[in-house]
Design a binder for this molecule. Structure first.
Ligand SMILES: [Mg+2]
Length: 118
């Protein structure tokens, strides 16, 4: 799926967005996400991250990494953010997730690994 982009976006981000659009279109026969609760979408994100972890690491490495990152985030006070600030912080963190996902997609995009739409 090629996106007609007129803005000054970096090529890696345009390529990522085009591939996300392809993935979304493959699922257009489903009912979409607008009617889904954020809690449900949070669960879907965790499910997809777990799939990513299992194809990337062995289970013991996953447990150690996740425990370590949760402890680090807790030490930084992320679990103590006031309720009225959580949505704003959540939106910042999900942009971090998207940015890092784009970086991984870009750095694994070589001749050996086919693009999503191939
Ligand atoms: Mg972050």
């Amino acid at each position: 799926m090629k996106i007609d982009v007129d803005v000054n976006m970096r090529p890696a981000l345009i390529n990522f967005a085009e591939n996300v659009e392809t993935t979304l279109r493959k699922n257009d026969h489903k009912s979409g996400w607008k009617h889904e609760s954020v809690n449900y979408l949070d669960s879907k994100l965790i499910e997809e991250v777990c799939e990513f972890l299992l194809i990337t690491y062995n289970p013991m490495e996953i447990i150690q990494s996740v425990a370590g990152y949760l402890a680090k985030a807790s030490n930084e006070g992320l679990d103590k953010i006031p309720r009225d600030k959580r949505l704003e912080e959540k939106r910042k963190e999900i942009l971090d997730v998207g940015a890092v996902a784009m970086m991984i997609f870009d750095n694994t995009n070589d001749d050996i690994i086919p693009k999503v739409d191939e």
